[in-house]
Design a protein around this ligand. Structure first.
Ligand code: NDP
Length: 321
């Protein structure tokens, strides 16, 4: 067994939450490490242009934004570990973190920023056209479909919210749902049904996304299958937004950190503190509502500040009488 390496703060995950936590922790001289995980840079590395992150008046790209955040974290001394966490032991302090590669870390505080992953339909065409008209984030990519016809797949709050949002730009939005009723909040449903640009396609699943990737290419339609009749129908669209839910990346914390029924980590109100003192959670792993890079960065900052305060109070020891 390798000798464990001890750090005051270990950050697990390298999206906007993780890098922001690292920038703050490093500037507080806590010499954090980031264990980058399966998808270094997080979900943003899957998107193309990013136009809504403040400070980039002409926009940037997801990968570029993440490179800049990483460089900023490194500038203040954050150490990057290119590995994935296999297991954690939060039952005693210092906490223990074991990586897939066999490295062992111990930490006085841990900031969990493992994010969430969009659920995908699992079609080969969906994978092939990802970034060429297929997206899992209307807020990120909707603007690029100005004046075009698009489809949203799903029937939850996210799908309905995205469909309504997309009508700000798109000429028409088809909402493809596998049943004949959406599960979104009633108020959202009312908004959707009142919107003449949205056309629900009920009892239908996506059979194939049509088109070819590459310059001048992209999505040109979607073939849907009616689950009741089996009938196939082609709908001409240039964008397909998959909104069938997200899965928080929390499997390794099961049984140790409190989570809701969907697996999102539960943090205290106005705080990033989890049920275990010294373990904090930031970003999409604890946020199923906003899921924006900027909100993830915000909670990453909160987590670092809270960890810093906790460690400072422990170093001072109990207050003298
Ligand atoms: P949900 O799990 O609520 O909804 C997923 C939708 O996708 C369902 O309609 C489901 O269909 C459909 N679906 C799932 N798998 C497939 C599949 N393989 N093929 C086709 N369709 C599929 O996810 P959301 O992301 O919408 O919401 C997640 C959570 O976040 C919820 O608690 C939601 O309330 C919350 N949220 C809140 C918002 C707000 O308050 N403003 C905004 C966005 C999300 P079916 O209905 O048949 O199961």
């Amino acid at each position: 067994m390798p000798e464990p390496k001890h750090h005051k703060i270990v950050i697990i995950g390298s999206g906007p939450a993780g890098f922001t936590a690292a920038i703050y922790a490093a500037r507080a001289n806590l010499k954090p490490i980031i264990i980058q995980g399966m998808q270094p840079g997080g979900q943003l590395t899957l998107t193309t242009e990013v136009d809504n992150f403040p400070g980039f008046e002409h926009g940037t790209t997801g990968p570029e934004l993440m490179q800049k955040m990483q460089a900023q974290a490194e500038r203040f001394g954050t150490e990057m570990v290119f590995d994935t966490v296999a297991s954690v032991d939060f039952s005693r302090r210092p906490f223990t973190i074991t990586c897939d590669g066999g490295d062992l870390f111990t930490a006085d505080a841990v900031i969990v920023c493992t994010g969430a992953s969009a659920r995908w339909l699992g079609l080969e065409s969906e994978k092939r056209l990802n970034g060429f008209g297929v997206s899992a984030c209307a807020t990120c990519d909707g603007f690029f479909f100005k004046g075009r016809k698009v489809a949203v797949v799903g029937g939850g709050d996210t799908a309905v919210e995205e469909a309504i949002f997309l009508t700000n730009f798109c000429s028409k939005v088809y909402l493809i749902h596998r049943r004949d009723a959406v599960r979104a909040e009633i108020i959202m449903q009312e908004k959707m049904f009142a919107n003449p640009k949205i056309e629900p396609v009920w009892n239908s699943v996506v059979d194939e996304i049509l088109g070819e990737p590459g310059q001048g290419g992209g999505v040109r339609g979607v073939r849907v299958k009616n689950v009741r009749t089996g009938a196939l129908q082609e709908i001409p669209v240039e964008g397909v937004f998959i909104a069938i839910g997200h899965k928080p990346n929390t499997d390794i914390f099961k049984g140790q950190l409190e989570m809701d029924e969907q697996g999102y980590l539960i943090t205290r109100p106005d705080s990033t503190a989890t049920n275990i003192p010294g373990v904090f959670a930031a970003g999409d792993v604890q946020d199923k509502v906003f899921r924006q890079a900027i909100t993830a960065a915000g909670t990453g900052c909160m987590a670092a500040l809270e960890a810093e305060r906790l460690l400072a109070s422990q170093e001072q020891g109990p207050a003298r009488k």
